[in-house]
Design a protein around this ligand. Sequence first.
Ligand code: HXC
Length: 257
Amino acid sequence: MDYKNILLQRSGRVGVITLHRPEALNALNLGMMHDVVAAVGHLDADTDIGAIVITGSERAFAAGADIKEMASRSYMDMYAADWFGGWDALTQVRTPLIAAVAGYALGGGCELAMMCDFILAADTAKFGQPEINLGVIPGIGGSQRLTRAVGKSKAMDMILTGRTIGAEEAERSGLVSRVLPAAELMSQTLETAAAISKLPAPAAALAKESVNVAFETHLAAGIRFERRVFHSLFATKDQKEGMGAFIEKRPPSFLHQ
Ligand code: HXC
């Protein structure tokens, strides 16, 4: 596949997508959306891939949706095209998806990072939902995912003022899972992704599905879902291998089946 807005690399069982529109701080235009969604779908369908990383440059993960592409559009243009609707495909991905963020993750950039399963941030990372300064609101799930991630007060503060928060505040608020020195962001992200990619793929896919159910349902239904999924994993070869290896005091050799 020929991608114009991203770079796609593989490292063992890890797929790495690098957003690449340096002239626009990786602003997310429609071409970028199509490339990211296609590349993630391609990697997700590949049983030799066990984790996917989405990253940007040192200066910007992504400085938002492409303002120049949207500025003159009408309501009907946006509605008829279901502008940004294509990004929803990322929520159906089974392979663990990690965002590695350095520099700006603003607007759609912050929203793309939040669509990943977790965010590793460089100490240079800056997160924000500044859409209010442009006369709009977040449009790729920001008002929903940010609120679930950091709670109402911080989400309201960020979305109503448009202010940007640094990596430390983002970690304190629960938006990112770890802050890393910028120089180590990619090496540590790849190490984490490689470790996940070697673990049983069926358990990884169902673990993320189960965590995601926590965002969409009430506690009793979520626990029932988890219990059924937990039972179902006893039908996998990797459960037999994982538990067998523990009992036999040897390293497991997973088949991802
Ligand atoms: C289009 C963008 C862009 C964007 C930066 N650029 N962000 N182009 N859309 N979101 C372009 C600039 O126009 C400029 O192009 C080049 O990238 C470098 O940016 P500068 O502004 O010169 O860099 P700097 O002075 O370092 O400032 C960095 C910045 C600033 C603070 C991140 O670029 C900025 O405020 N960007 C917009 C951030 C934003 O509002 N994001 C939310 C977008 S709305 P030229 O050609 O001049 O060199 C959004 C909505 C989501 O995401 C869904 C709801 C609609």
